[in-house]
Design a protein around this ligand. Structure first.
Ligand SMILES: [Zn+2]
Length: 137
């Protein structure tokens, strides 16, 4: 790998931080508040996984998935350079996501995944659904 593509790679990594995507989480918190959804907690571990938000009483685990890292097809996200590298990385993330779902669901958890690009005021249908599923008390 030459230096140019290496730099490019770290650039992409920086722009798409895999964990602790604060702005996505903060946006979600704002929407929860706006929709009057209460009872969520952060930093709550279930079976070795750490959902972004957990409604513990209702046993609902919410993951806010970054479109790049989790392979959402909303845009053409995979860079042309090193596309094989990225594809593999993203594929592994998707497999891991699925494994988490499969681990949590038999334990009575409902897993809800929200794409980064869906966390928008104008695009909150999924969040409304979350509210409808009687998360709110
Ligand atoms: Zn997306």
């Amino acid at each position: 790998m030459d230096t140019v593509s290496k730099n490019k790679r770290s650039e992409i990594m920086k722009a798409n931080k895999p964990k602790g995507n604060k702005s996505t989480e903060l946006k979600l918190i704002q929407l929860f508040k706006k929709l009057g959804m209460k009872g969520w907690r952060r930093n709550y571990q279930i079976s070795g996984s750490k959902p972004d938000f957990v409604f513990a009483k209702k046993r609902i685990a919410v993951f806010a998935d970054g479109c790049f890292w989790h392979g959402h097809n909303c845009r053409n996200l995979i860079p042309k350079q090193n596309s094989e590298y990225w594809q593999k990385k993203i594929e592994n993330n998707r497999i891991r996501d699925k494994q988490i779902d499969e681990r949590l669901e038999p334990k009575g958890w409902k897993v809800i995944r929200i794409w980064e690009c869906e966390i928008k005021e104008k695009n909150k249908e999924k969040l409304k659904l979350l509210k409808k599923s009687s998360v709110v008390h």
